[in-house]
Each structure stands twice: as structure tokens, then as C-alpha cells.
Design a protein around this ligand. Structure first.
Ligand code: ADP
Ligand code: MG
Length: 274
């Protein structure tokens, strides 16, 4: 594991150090309460690499994605360091890079505009010849027929809309792709195909941060797997570490391993207080 990181160390696109996120909420009247959700996340994403982040629902994975994009909710406050291509990722840089160099494939299909034809959504209202060529390339990469551009999201299947969501992010040729749970609601075959798309983007040189709770898909696709638990990065492993329980380091990662179907579905919840 460390060997790979050292080899690719020069190409680190995203580095996050000790990210912490807390929320302030009003309780009864004017009483305020602050609670910390993300307590210490560290990770690196290198170009040409697919880094998977795995963690239970509610562990702060989407917050991580939104923190990188600069899209945290108004009541969130954040500390820690984020670097993009070796330089601090400031608010100004986030605004400049968001949507072109750094893209998010959001968790929900609800991000598609139901009232806008697919072609216009993906092209983001640009009309030049270059964008039309790019759209044609992307459609062929994701096996979407030309006429889909003239359709609305409700006319397409869930799997097709998922590919549209990816296309919307890919139209700009990004250097860093953050995919937030891109496979929910898909059957295994479609989910694998979606994962292959992200694998391909990494193979073409992008840094891909793939957020998922599906360990099996992460093992099949990722170069490295980062495990979040209780708001912290607690472990990092490569897929081969998951061939057996004893090659895994952290007790929680071992519990995730045991909970996989092929290892007997041992109840993960029994082990989450580790
Ligand atoms: N706008 C918000 N206000 C208060 N708490 C929030 C808000 N957004 C998220 N949270 C808290 O952060 C936790 C982690 O959220 P999230 O990153 O969406 O988890 P995950 O994507 O891992 O399922 C949630 O369980 C919730 O408690
Ligand atoms: Mg989420």
C-alpha cells in the first residue's frame, strides 16, 4: 500500500488534513447547540488513481464531498486543510474550479432538472461546435443514443439518468472527479458498469474520489480504500488486503469484511462500537 502512495506521491491532486465539520442548530427558542459530525478526516487522491471512501450511512461522506466543492450547508463550520494540486483550496479557487476542473457527480438523480431536455442540461446552455462534439463523444462513451439529447429525464430509465448525471460532470474533462454514491438503486450489472466508467476516468488520468457504502464494488474497482468511522479516517487498505481478514489492520475494517456476503454476512452492527 505505502509503496504505491510513494510512487504516485508527486501526482497528489487532492489532500485533506484533519477535516472537521460541525453544525450549529437552534433548540427550543434561542438556545443554540453545536455538534461535531466530522472529527478528523484525512485523505489523498492522486491522478490516475481511484480512491474509494467507505463508511456507514450518516458517517459524513457527503459532507466530505461538499466540503471539497465548497458547498457545505450554511449552518456548517469547517476546519482543517485542503490542498488541490499542492496549493491551498481556498473559497476563491473552489469557485473557479468547481464544475470544470473539479466536478461532483451527486448522490441523487434529483439534481437533474426535470423540465430541461437532456442535451441542454449536459451542455449547460453552451452552443458552440466544440461542445456538440464533446457531447457526441460522451454519448458514445456512455452508450447513449443521439436522440436522448432531445428527451427529458422522466422519459429515461434510472440507469440511463445515472449515466446522464455522469455525462453532465464529464463534459468539462475534469482533473478531479468526486462521485457520491453513484450506484444506489441499480442492479449489480448496471452498478458494475457505472463503476467501470469511473475506473476508466482514473485510467485516463483523472483523480477519482468514489464515495460508497458498497465495499464489494470498492474492492473490485478502487486502487485504495479509505475507511471512515465515527467521523474519522480510521484505516486505509488496498483491495488485496481484503482477500483475508488477517491482512486488514483495523477492527472496524475487519467487521466490514465479515459483513460481506461471501464472508457470511456477520452482523456489522455488533462491531460498530470499536
Ligand atoms: N444541514 C445539516 N444540518 C445539521 N446536520 C447535518 C446537516 N447535513 C448533514 N448533517 C449531519 O451530518 C451527518 C452526516 O451526513 P452525510 O455526510 O450526509 O452522511 P453520509 O453521506 O455518510 O450518509 C448526518 O447524519 C447529519 O447528522
Ligand atoms: Mg451521503
Amino acid at each position: 500500500m505505502s509503496e504505491k502512495r510513494v510512487n504516485k506521491g508527486n501526482n497528489i491532486i487532492l489532500k485533506i488534513e484533519n477535516l472537521q465539520i460541525s453544525f450549529t442548530q437552534y433548540e427550543r427558542g434561542l438556545k443554540q447547540r453545536t455538534f461535531q459530525t466530522v472529527k478528523g478526516m484525512d485523505l489523498e487522491v492522486s491522478s490516475g488513481e481511484l480512491t474509494a471512501v467507505i463508511g456507514a450511512s450518516g458517517s459524513g461522506k457527503s459532507l466530505l464531498a461538499h466540503a471539497v466543492m465548497g458547498l457545505l450547508p450554511y449552518n456548517a463550520s469547517m476546519s482543517g486543510e485542503m490542498y488541490y494540486c499542492g496549493e491551498k483550496l481556498t473559497k476563491m479557487r473552489q469557485e473557479k474550479l468547481r464544475g470544470n476542473e473539479i466536478v461532483l457527480v451527486p448522490q441523487s438523480l434529483a439534481y437533474l432538472d426535470p423540465l430541461m431536455k437532456i442535451g441542454r442540461q449536459i451542455k449547460k446552455n453552451r452552443k458552440d461546435e466544440k461542445i456538440n462534439q464533446r457531447l457526441a463523444d460522451i454519448f458514445s462513451r456512455y452508450h447513449l443514443k443521439e436522440e436522448v439529447a432531445k428527451q427529458y429525464p422522466f422519459e429515461l430509465s434510472g440507469g440511463m439518468n445515472r449515466r446522464i448525471l455522469i455525462s453532465t460532470a464529464m463534459i468539462e474533462n475534469p482533473r478531479l472527479v468526486i462521485a457520491d454514491e453513484p450506484t444506489p438503486g441499480l442492479d449489480l450489472k448496471s452498478a458494475k458498469r457505472v463503476m467501470e466508467h469511473f475506473r476508466e476516468l482514473a485510467d485516463m488520468g483523472a483523480g477519482v474520489l468514489l464515495i460508497t457504502h458498497d465495499l464489494r464494488l470498492a474492492i473490485e474497482t478502487a486502487d485504495r480504500i479509505i475507511v471512515f468511522h465515527d467521523g474519522r479516517t480510521i484505516d486505509e487498505a488496498v483491495p488485496t488486503d481484503f482477500q483475508a481478514e488477517n491482512t486488514l489492520k483495523h477492527a472496524y475494517t475487519k467487521a466490514l469484511w465479515r459483513a460481506m456476503p461471501k464472508n457470511g454476512f456477520a452482523n456489522e452492527s455488533k462491531n460498530t462500537d470499536i
